[in-house]
Design a protein around this ligand. Structure first.
Ligand code: DGP
Length: 112
């Protein structure tokens, strides 16, 4: 099978979509770690933050342009956290670059 998040982007696997444009797809995490837990992914396959380069960084820029819009739509005015797990030590489980948006409650200070 193709990459899980590529299949979600193509619509072959259902997801709870919150945003989509030419560059970016965003959907609710299946296993939420906060009241709001959204995954924001590039529409091209980039396996992790370690694979970002001058050719594909426009997708990352677009993601970070969209994140404040999603946060506003999700009423995250109190704040939110954006995380990407990169590689085995960070417990990255899906090998398609994704940024977690976590919010909707006071988050714990510890991140590691
Ligand atoms: P990470 O551990 O950073 O690689 O995060 C992967 C996230 O992807 C994890 O929080 C759970 C989520 N996830 C895994 N499979 C699916 C799925 O099929 N649908 C959705 N919506 N989320 C998924």
């Amino acid at each position: 099978m193709d990459c899980l998040f590529c299949e979600i982007i193509k619509g072959n696997i259902p997801s709870s979509k919150v945003y989509e444009d030419e560059y970016v797809y965003a959907f609710r995490d299946i296993n939420p770690q906060a009241p709001v837990h959204i995954l924001v992914v590039p529409k091209v396959h980039i396996s992790s933050a370690d694979e970002i380069n001058a050719e594909n960084s426009v997708y990352v820029a677009k993601i970070f342009e969209v994140i404040p819009e999603i946060a506003k739509n999700e009423s995250l005015g109190g704040g939110y956290r954006v995380i990407t797990n990169c590689g085995a030590d960070a417990c990255q489980s899906v090998k398609h670059l994704h940024f977690h948006i976590l919010g909707g409650a006071q988050l714990i200070e510890k991140m590691g």
